[in-house]
Design a protein around this ligand. Structure first.
Ligand code: DON
Length: 584
């Protein structure tokens, strides 16, 4: 596969080049990252170092999942055990978004020693990955194999990630933390309207695979409102995971069934792909902004790099002195520049060398800042126009702080709604369609309109680039755990949430806040209805922005901790009525 690097005219300006050079020479850094250095930072916490909230808070996209987490906390578990309970329950009750057939990324902070670490349970490409599988005979992209069926599925990371969390950070045995999910899968639950709609939307694809029909279209139809729905196969798979740890999924009965089902349907997984899956611990990206420290996702997510780059650009402006339209203008221009780098540079750190020191350097940000005109949009130009898809209602984020002050932000996904729609017979496991997050076909956008380069080309065992941005915001007076689904819009939504938190907004206000998004290409600002008052919208249009209505936004689940009053708050996104944020 060959790639040509796109070079937008404005982006390679002399001032930018000089800034890069200075950044590299001086090596100054407002954002810190150690790709292969110490596995994680142990940070001296600000004032909350010895503080314990005494209560716990969880916000997730489904009340069954939040309650499962609270149940495990009540049994003596900590935030990390609760995260296992929440994620596994979401696998059962919110399969359109995430599950044990997918992967997650998490940033955690352990209260006892201040250890901060990124847990990478992202999917990997199977060893037999072949770019030709994602092309039609005429050489054009095959969007079907990229998004549906077993070829679209990466080797799942979620089961290994849950076992890892329990083993290395939890207090309870894995089986105790998985118990609520197993119980709900066995006893049944009432699917919410989102799940019923997701099944109806994807019914044509689900119908292609008999085990998917058996699970999601009982009697040929999506489950009816109010009907109890059971998932005994997934309960059995979770039981094996509970009993044997990661081996219960990656070796033995489940692994054999997964490989057999995938291969029978035209996929290319092997037993060695599953047995060889490894969770990675990485140093998070840490960036300082207006007295707060944001601890967020490093590659193979592009999220943290983009958030750090945007904040480094914005720190040079006195945003408080500007009217709203000019403030928004600067934020959009910072987003545009960060997404351009996303397209060019980023991929799996175990496979590609990335200029992270440069991207995270304040000198680099200085150069980018200088290229922003005070009253005018910068055209992204040069790249062909690519339409970004509506991200829909898939992927999920949850946030937890426990009574001891342990914090964890988890974003988990099967990628598109109901992933690949392929259920591996006899396992209850719905496989992801994460392969589409690779740059499968050079120069062609993925389902989120994201373009990639050679850095994100598929390779055996490689992790596909993600936008997931689970984040902690640590301050002397207040801290927060934050994140969202939303494909490429994850990054900008989380950024806006972080800015709102730093501006003093409550968890409820942050989760409800209207949102906007720019991702370099297409060159337009996606806007949620009501995000800009008419005068601000007019002003932005005069500066040259195309405002493009977008219906679907992520579901943000936020937990905040006020260190002055030592109180917690939890809020679930009002866009997702089944969500629940609760302090216990
Ligand atoms: O990892 C990623 O960036 C995507 N697979 C996330 C997909 C997503 O957020 C879909 N959203 N609503």
């Amino acid at each position: 596969m060959t790639f040509s690097r796109r070079r937008p005219a404005w982006g390679r300006s002399a001032s930018r080049g000089l800034a890069l050079l200075l950044g590299l020479l001086l090596g100054g850094s407002a954002a810190a990252f150690a790709a292969d250095g110490p596995r994680a930072a142990t940070a001296a916490a600000p004032s909350q170092a010895a503080q314990k909230p005494g209560r716990a808070a969880i916000a997730s996209a489904n009340f069954h999942a939040t309650n499962a987490g609270l149940e495990v906390l009540a049994r003596g578990g900590n935030a990390f055990d609760a995260a296992v309970a929440v994620a596994s329950t979401l696998s059962v009750v919110e399969p359109e978004s995430s599950g044990i057939g997918g992967g997650f990324m998490a940033v955690l902070r352990r209260a006892g020693d201040g250890r901060e670490v990124f847990i990478d349970a992202r999917e990997t490409a199977p060893a037999a990955v072949d770019s030709k599988d994602y092309l039609k005979p005429d050489g054009t992209p095959n969007r079907d194999t990229a998004l549906n069926g077993p070829l679209s599925a990466g080797i799942p990371g979620e089961p290994a990630g849950l076992a890892w969390l329990a083993k290395h950070y939890g207090k309870l045995p894995l089986k105790d933390s998985l118990a609520p999910a197993i119980r709900i899968a066995r006893d049944g639950f009432e699917p919410d309207s989102r799940l019923r709609e997701a099944i109806a939307d994807r019914a044509d694809d689900l119908r292609r695979w008999p085990a998917s029909v058996a699970k999601y279209l009982p009697g040929g139809k999506p489950p009816a409102e109010g009907a109890a729905w059971r998932d005994p196969d997934q309960a059995h798979t979770l039981e094996l995971l509970a009993e044997r740890g990661a081996d219960g999924f990656y070796r033995g009965e489940v692994a054999q069934k997964l490989v057999a089902a995938v291969r029978a349907a035209g996929g290319n997984w092997s037993a060695a792909d599953l047995a060889g899956y490894q969770v990675k611990e990485r140093a998070p990206i840490s960036v300082d902004y207006r007295g707060y420290r944001i601890v967020t996702a490093p590659p193979p997510s592009s999220g943290g790099v983009a958030v750090a780059e945007i904040l480094n650009i914005l720190r040079g402006f006195d945003l408080g002195k500007l009217d709203r339209a000019h403030r928004i203008h600067l934020v959009i221009e910072a987003m545009r520049r960060a997404f351009r780098d996303h397209n060019d540079y980023l991929g799996d750190p175990d496979f590609v060398k990335m200029p992270l020191e440069m991207l995270l350097s304040p000198y680099y940000a200085d150069g980018l800042r200088q290229s922003i005109l005070p009253d005018k949009a910068t055209p992204s130009s040069m790249l062909p126009y690519t339409a970004a898809a509506d991200p829909g209602m898939h992927t999920t984020h949850f946030s937890i702080i426990d009574k001891d002050g342990n914090m964890i932000a988890v974003t988990s996904t099967v990628n598109y709604t109901l992933g690949s729609t392929f259920v591996a017979a006899g396992t209850g496991v719905l496989l992801n369609d994460e392969m589409d997050d690779f740059a499968l076909v050079a120069g062609k956008p993925n389902v989120y309109g994201l373009l990639g380069s050679e850095a994100n080309a598929p390779k055996p065992g490689k992790r596909m680039l993600s936008s997931m941005t689970p984040s902690l915001v640590i301050g002397a007076d207040r801290s927060a755990v934050i994140g969202s689904p939303g494909g490429s819009t994850i990054i900008t939504q989380v950024l806006e949430g972080i800015l709102a938190f730093i501006d003093g907004k409550s968890a409820t206000a942050i989760a409800a806040q209207k949102r906007f998004h720019h991702q370099f290409m297409p060159d337009r600002v996606d806007v949620e209805e009501g995000v800009f008052d008419p005068a601000t919208a007019e002003s932005l249009k005069r500066m040259g922005y195309e405002l493009h209505p977008r219906q679907s936004w992520g579901f943000m689940n936020v937990v905040t901790w006020d260190h002055k009053t030592n109180t917690l708050d939890a809020a679930s996104d009002p866009r997702r009525p089944s969500g629940l944020g609760k302090v216990q």
